[in-house]
Design a protein around this ligand. Structure first.
Ligand SMILES: Cc1ncc(COP(=O)(O)O)c(C=O)c1O
Ligand SMILES: N[C@@H](CCOP(=O)(O)O)C(=O)O
Length: 515
């Protein structure tokens, strides 16, 4: 029997629990909450020895077997799903550690060796295979097309989730995928990655607005009971629990890899460029399970709701509530997010650890906080909750200028002329601030490199084009991505968007697929 005791919604007002299959296929709870395990499994300390030499794939399985019952997915099947998911990665060890500045104890965790060159691939290759597995199981007895259950995946992206979701779902039977992205707010390569995919089950919508607008449309679509009942809407954003689960592996894997390099007694901190709080939340689960990480450091760009929470205990759209909150277009656009949708999961555990020992009471408190956020744009947490958060997390806010300076300094400081993408640069700058301030100079830092620099040509070129001999085409852009520019782009432009307009587009596109 799993330790976790089943899955529940962060906003649950009753004892209903759900299976792993339920939460993967439903995505968002009917009450608008996010699914999470009632309890986070605690590992016996022997895992530190037993797991330290495991492959990425074997480690993924050892973690997942604490969250997925073999009654739901026989473990031989789960192992095959994992193998298939990471067989698409260019690096044999899937997510390698790279020494960046060993003198200062700084290492990069390269997460961009998957099909779309961003960390999202680690989860979305797995989620795509999970959807296929559960649909095959549900359709095993179907004799006609009409009897087959289908999944209509609807996702919002600020650039990377979209392409990773499309590459995880393209061509899969009984699945249609609709990705919404903010027009003009993603990079040319990110748009090319999504819009050049020719598979008939892939639909890309360029929406006039921000990522938060796209995310709001997605959540409203999930909340439309009739639409959801008819079209079986599925989630690929990190509102889907499976995204968080799959992202835990590289925290364990990189921790073990680094300890082998620097010694098992080394203290290690993780630094995570953050926007929707999905990536670092996986680190939180790893730490709560027992991974002895010293600290998790949230690195935000100038869209700093998470940094402001850690600094003030107030979760609010804007630091100046006298005017409407606006998301800033920064040099790390994938993190240009006003409200971090995954933060709700973490808040639920904070409430359960500090304010109540009752899941239903926790749901009531979360409902109150989320309602205040919706109506007043802000809520504050008690001091005990903030103190607890600061035991696990620290945070840094990095500006555009600091992002560019960091790309420059890393490029010019080593023979290899290593090029950072701007999101990774946000994390590296945050790492150096902590390295400078840490009294303990023996602490090691794993800074997550969440995308390949080729995806963000404009900022990389802005930073490096003055250097003699620098060439984006020769030094940064992989051959595979060069080819995208020659392909026909196919997307639906949604001007003056509305929920109904987007739902009608989905219905029309599904009808075309059915022909
Ligand atoms: C390249 C990149 N880095 C960092 C992030 C932040 O990750 P998260 O949204 O899970 O906090 C994202 C996406 O949001 C991203 O696409
Ligand atoms: N940066 C993300 C934004 C969505 O985050 P997710 O964790 O919900 O997928 C993106 O690249 O789309």
């Amino acid at each position: 029997m799993l330790q976790i005791g089943g899955y529940r919604s962060t906003r649950a007002t009753d004892d209903t629990t759900y299976s792993f299959e339920d939460v993967v296929m439903m995505g968002l709870a009917k009450d608008g909450g996010l699914f999470l395990p009632s309890k986070i499994p605690k590992l016996d300390s022997s895992f530190l020895q037993e797991w330290k030499d495991l492959s990425f794939q074997d480690l993924a399985f050892k973690i997942m077997e604490h969250y997925v019952s073999s009654d739901e997915i026989p473990y031989d099947d789960l192992k095959k799903l994992i193998e298939r998911s990471y067989g698409t990665f260019r690096a044999d060890d899937v997510t390698p550690i790279k020494p960046l500045d060993e003198k200062n104890g700084l290492y990069l965790l390269e997460l961009f060796h998957g099909p779309t060159y961003a960390f999202k691939d680690v989860a979305l290759q797995f989620v795509g295979n999970l959807f296929e597995y559960f649909l095959q199981k549900r359709n095993a007895g179907a004799k006609t097309l009409e009897e087959r259950e289908t999944l209509t995946v609807v996702g919002a992206t600020s650039g990377d989730t979209g392409s990773a979701a499309i590459y995880g779902l393209r061509g899969k039977r009984d699945v249609s995928v609709f990705i919404l992205y903010p027009t003009g707010r993603i990079s040319p390569i990110q748009e090319e990655q999504m819009a050049t995919v020719e598979d008939g089950n892939v639909h890309t919508l360029s929406v006039d607005g921000t990522f938060d607008d796209c995310q709001d449309y997605v959540k409203q679509i999930f909340g439309d009971v009739e639409f959801n009942k008819k079209h079986h809407v599925g989630a690929v954003n990190s509102i889907n629990w499976a995204r968080i689960l799959a992202q835990m592996t590289y925290y364990f894997y990189s921790f073990f890899q680094l300890q082998k390099k620097v010694g098992a007694d080394s203290k290690i901190k993780f630094v995570v460029p953050s926007g929707n709080f999905g990536d670092i939340l996986a680190g939180y689960f790893a730490k709560e399970m027992g991974l002895p990480a010293e600290k998790l450091i949230i690195a935000t760009n100038e869209n700093d709701i998470l940094d402001r929470f850690i600094k003030t205990g107030r979760y609010e759209k804007s630091s100046d509530n006298s005017k409407p909150a606006e998301v800033k277009a920064t040099y790390s656009p994938a993190m240009d997010i006003l409200i971090s949708s995954n933060f709700e999961r973490y808040l639920w555990y904070l409430v359960r650890q500090n304010l109540t020992d009752n899941d239903i009471e926790a749901g009531k408190i979360l409902n109150e906080w989320m309602q205040k956020l919706k109506t007043e744009g802000t809520f504050s947490v008690p001091d005990s909750v903030l103190e607890q958060a600061r035991k696990t997390f620290a945070s840094e806010r990095v500006t555009n200028e600091e992002t560019v300076e960091t790309i420059k300094s890393i490029y010019s400081s080593n023979q290899e002329k290593y090029v950072l993408d701007p999101h990774t640069a946000v994390g590296v700058k945050a790492s150096y601030r902590n390295i400078e301030n840490d009294a303990n100079k023996n602490i090691k830092y794993i800074s997550l490199s969440t995308a390949h620099p080729a995806k963000f040509a404009e900022v990389v070129n802005l930073s490096l084009s003055d250097y003699d001999g620098y060439s984006f085409e020769d030094q940064v852009l992989p051959e595979e991505l060069k080819k995208l520019a020659t392909k026909q782009k196919r997307f639906i432009l949604v001007k003056e968007p509305s929920l109904d307009k987007i739902k009608n587009i989905i219905i029309e596109e599904l009808a075309k697929e059915a022909k």
